[in-house]
Design a binder for this molecule. Structure first.
Ligand code: CTP
Length: 403
């Protein structure tokens, strides 16, 4: 989502300045254009040549270097940017911006900035805890600056505490959030994700290949768009997205309980989880030992969670998934109707780039009227945004009341 976005990255003089190199690479990889401003102190920690090579652009340090073209550097940079990021941000730059001091290229550029500014503080834990620094951060927040929370862990001075530069993927996520229109602001969304596991003894279970990637992408995308997320997740190896509420479950019955307890508050319910339709009838307390040549496990039906919600969904919008290997559209349309969904997202497991485990998906969105929107292969994050665009349209049609 950062493709084509113009980012001005300000680097100030702290030991974490070397991480700005990694941040620049990550931004370029996302397709952003990056121009770097370094303070004089920053150049003591990392060379302008490194930043120039990685950003593929001239690095700006001095206010008063005559340029060939007649443009005033701080104004030109302020005009160029879609967003500003200061990483790492020292106590000094935070204090300067908070006090309205503009005495070098970075501080003057930030003063001239009329686009979102993200400040990523990184310093010694005692400096960060200093009430003056904390007052400055609060003041910046009230003036509309975006402030990231510093990471906690080992600091350069070998102490443990808060003051680490946030991790690069977190900074990227924050920049994306800053640049995203908040078209789902305040809307409560319940999302289910991942597989379920149905145990038949303490060490074995029946499950499926769902990775949870699609549901987690939906949670992250909706959060970025301002929604209030409750994520009910089956077991996955993914990092939990920073949502307002996450309930981790194992079995279909646990997922059922979590969803039933939470769905009434949600205006939108998206069931991306691959719920096991059946569970073993018995779950042995002890590990089952091998005996004869064959073994039979009796299965019994799990509750169909979405079907139950569909019967009592009131004014909310219900979105389900259909993962098929044959008769994609027919099966998906049948499921949409049977389970009273508003939208169903169909994908064919046999298609390259679609389905479980992959980072991409090939989806078809079908609505109640049978309108079918077939989308090409895209990342699960892009697919999540396409699904949310359709949900947003339905929400508007229903009057747009936040729930
Ligand atoms: N679903 C659910 N509870 C279940 C089974 C499925 O909530 N016990 C939801 C899934 O989260 C998905 C939708 O129903 O949104 C369709 O799931 P899918 O497994 O494709 O369909 P089933 O109705 O189970 O049909 P089948 O497995 O026979 O294809």
């Amino acid at each position: 989502m950062l493709a084509g976005k113009k980012i001005v990255l300000g680097i100030t003089g702290g030991i974490a300045a070397y991480k700005a190199a990694e941040l620049t690479r990550a931004l370029i990889k996302e397709g952003a254009q990056v121009k770097v401003i370094m303070t004089k102190s920053a150049t003591e920690f990392i060379t302008p040549l490194t930043m120039q090579t990685l950003s593929q652009n001239q690095v700006y340090i001095d206010m008063y270097v005559p340029t060939q073209k007649y443009d005033i550097a701080h104004i030109a940079l302020a005009d160029f940017a879609d967003a500003f990021v200061i990483a790492p941000a020292t106590a000094n730059i935070i204090g300067k911006i908070a006090s309205g001091v503009a005495d070098d290229l970075l501080s003057t550029t930030i003063m001239a900035a009329d686009k979102p500014v993200l400040i990523c503080p990184a310093m010694n834990d005692k400096m960060l805890a200093n009430s003056v620094v904390q007052d400055n951060l609060r003041k910046l927040q009230t003036h509309g600056y975006f402030i990231m929370e510093s990471g906690v862990g080992e600091l350069a001075c070998k102490t443990q505490g808060a003051g680490r530069l946030p991790e690069i993927p977190e900074i990227i996520e924050e920049i994306e959030a800053m640049l995203t229109a908040k078209d789902l602001a305040g809307v409560n969304i319940l999302i289910t994700a991942g597989p379920t596991q149905e145990a038949f003894d303490p060490v074995r279970h029946i499950t499926n290949l769902s990775s949870g990637k699609m549901g987690y992408a939906l949670a992250a995308a909706a959060k970025r768009r301002g929604a209030h997320i409750t994520l009910v997740s089956g077991p996955t190896t993914l990092a939990i997205p920073k949502v307002q509420k996450c309930i981790q479950v194992r079995s279909a019955r646990q997922m059922h309980k979590a969803v039933i307890e939470n769905y009434k508050k949600a205006k939108i319910i998206i069931k991306a989880a691959a719920v096991a339709d059946y569970r073993p009838k018995e779950c042995s307390k002890e590990k089952i030992k091998k005996t004869g040549k064959q073994m039979t496990i009796m299965l019994e039906k799990n509750p169909d969670i979405i079907e139950e919600i569909g019967k009592n969904k009131g004014n909310s919008i219900l979105v389900g998934f259909a993962m098929e290997t044959q008769n994609l559209l027919t099966n998906a349309k049948e499921k949409l109707k049977k389970k009273n969904m508003d939208l169903i997202i169909a994908n064919n497991l046999c298609q390259e780039g679609a389905g479980f485990q992959t980072d991409t998906n090939v989806i078809t969105i079908i609505d109640k009227k049978g309108k079918t929107e077939k989308l090409s292969k895209m990342t699960k994050m892009e697919a999540a945004d396409k699904i949310l665009d359709r949900v947003r349209t339905l929400l508007k049609d229903k009057g747009g009341r936040s729930g």
